[in-house]
Write a protein that binds this ligand. Structure first.
Ligand SMILES: [Zn+2]
Length: 118
């Protein structure tokens, strides 16, 4: 229990059995857990990713609106799968200012974007 003070606080709402399982994971296992969590998000039809576009994200369109930014993007899994690339999906991106001066970027998944040619 000496390590408890070094541990980050888990997000509110995360079940304690998940926290316990992740706490016991090696870094290697944690990376795999992230990949699997992303796959599960795809399965549920939603995904939330940081605005700093990762190498496997393709930003197709960015439209500024008052109060939010509309982003259309598709992305590929880290390991790739038969359905890659996923999307395109529509996101509304908002920035929430924090007291320490930084901004927290929040991606809201709005849904899949259907091609006009369909
Ligand atoms: Zn995939």
């Amino acid at each position: 229990m000496t390590r408890s003070s070094e541990r980050p606080t888990p997000p509110e709402g995360l079940p304690s059995e998940v926290i316990d399982a992740l706490t016991d994971c090696t870094p290697e296992e944690l990376r795999k857990a992230i990949v699997h969590a992303q796959e599960l998000l795809h399965f549920h039809g939603e995904a939330e990713l940081p605005i700093s576009a990762e190498a496997n994200d393709d930003i197709l369109r960015v439209t500024e609106h008052e109060g939010y930014t509309e982003v259309v993007k598709q992305f590929r899994c880290a390991d790739g799968c038969d359905d890659c690339p996923h999307g395109p999906y529509l996101y509304h991106v908002t920035e929430e200012p924090h007291p320490n001066g930084s901004h927290k970027v929040h991606w809201s998944f709005m849904g899949p974007v259907h091609s006009q040619e369909e």
